[in-house]
Design a protein around this ligand. Structure first.
Ligand SMILES: O=C1O[C@H](COP(=O)(O)O)[C@@H](O)[C@H](O)[C@H]1O
Length: 259
């Protein structure tokens, strides 16, 4: 597992633009090396802003979108097309505007989908999907995603893994249903931290003063049960992409030396 690196941008808009550019490069490189790329999308304001920037960036068309597998780190368990679903927001921000292969857009089932109001069944199906796509070299039942993007909550949640919740204690399943979530909506489906750690690169992206304490604690050695973001690490790279407000309490160790 990799140690965290921190990149600070002046403000949230610049962070989103820079992360979008970084994502294009990562996907293009993976496609050049292997023919395809796999990306885990995140919900939330920063994750959606990254996709909006990507959609406006001319470099968007350097990607062959038909050869990208898209997954979600978590989903709000709501009816299909609901404005608060992470899928709905990602489609509006980017996916409706590029030539994705629908069979490679791996959504988590909605609450009016084939399992009805059964988030446990939706989670189990997503776990089976991940297992079916994992290759022997992934050494487990989850693919080694090229990039897993995550937002970070004020209390340190990532995906829908909240502090001291059943999801953060989960040791067997790769995808879980989340009930009684402290942030609305209360029912969700989420990758576990172990699944996040299957990714080659994990990018934790967040902005604003309200996130500064959680960011600082995660980087300063907090445990993942109290602060799930601390347990989100990539196999090869863990990047914290922050604006200056979210980075305001980052320990000095992570600040680049002055030139
Ligand atoms: O509810 C969620 O929130 C987090 C963080 O969102 P933000 O708006 O504070 O950036 C997000 O990462 C997660 O995917 C989403 O379901």
């Amino acid at each position: 597992m990799s140690n965290p690196q921190v990149v600070v941008h002046r403000d949230g808009d610049l962070l989103a633009a820079a992360a979008a550019a970084r994502l294009v490069t990562r996907i293009v490189d993976a496609q050049a090396a292997r023919g395809s790329a796999s990306v885990v999308l995140t919900g939330g304001r920063t994750g959606t802003a990254v996709l909006e920037h990507l959609n406006r960036n001319a470099a968007r068309d350097a990607v062959d979108w038909s050869r990208v597998d898209l997954f979600w780190g978590d989903e709000r368990f709501l009816p299909s097309g609901h404005a608060e679903r992470n899928e709905t927001q990602a489609r509006a921000a980017l996916l409706d505007h590029v030539s994705v292969d629908p069979s490679r857009v791996h959504v988590m089932e909605p609450s009016d989908g084939k399992f009805g109001d059964d988030p446990e069944a939706a989670a189990a199906e997503y776990a089976s999907l991940l297992a079916s796509l994992a290759r022997p070299e992934d050494h487990g039942d989850v693919p080694s995603f090229d990039v897993c993007m995550l937002g970070v909550g004020e209390e340190g949640h990532v995906a829908s893994v909240f502090p001291d919740s059943p999801a953060v204690h989960e040791k067997e399943r790769s995808v879980v249903a989340v009930r009684n979530c402290p942030k609305p909506p209360p029912t969700r489906v989420s990758l576990t931290l172990a699944s996040v750690r299957s990714a080659q690169e994990v990018w934790l992206m967040t902005t604003g003063e309200a996130k500064a304490a959680a960011v600082a604690m995660a980087l300063d050695g907090a445990g993942e049960v109290q602060l799930p973001a601390a347990g989100a690490r990539g196999r090869r790279r863990t990047l914290w992409l922050l604006d200056s407000a979210a980075a305001s309490a980052v320990p000095a160790l992570f600040k680049p030396p002055l030139a």
